[in-house]
Design a protein around this ligand. Structure first.
Ligand SMILES: [Cu+2]
Length: 74
């Protein structure tokens, strides 16, 4: 999940990476091996419309996790 025009990025397991976000919007981050188990995070850069829908293809547990993050901030 990326704002229009933003670049995706991929880190390797156990590799520390640094990413700068230059385009405002909502970024959905997934741990690829554990995505189906709901290991996801959301980064909002700037003011984001909270009505931004989650993509249809998000697996159920990841969708539940992202929805909780958006509702509670945790
Ligand atoms: Cu993981």
């Amino acid at each position: 999940m990326l704002p229009e025009g933003a670049q995706s990025f991929i880190g390797k397991i156990d590799e520390e990476i640094s990413v700068s976000f230059e385009i405002k919007g909502r970024y959905g981050i997934k741990c690829s091996p554990h995505y189906a188990m709901g290991m996801v995070m959301i980064i909002d850069v700037g003011d984001v419309d909270d009505a931004t829908p989650l993509p249809d293809a998000v697996p159920r547990r990841a969708r539940e996790r992202m929805s909780k993050i958006l509702m509670t901030g945790e």
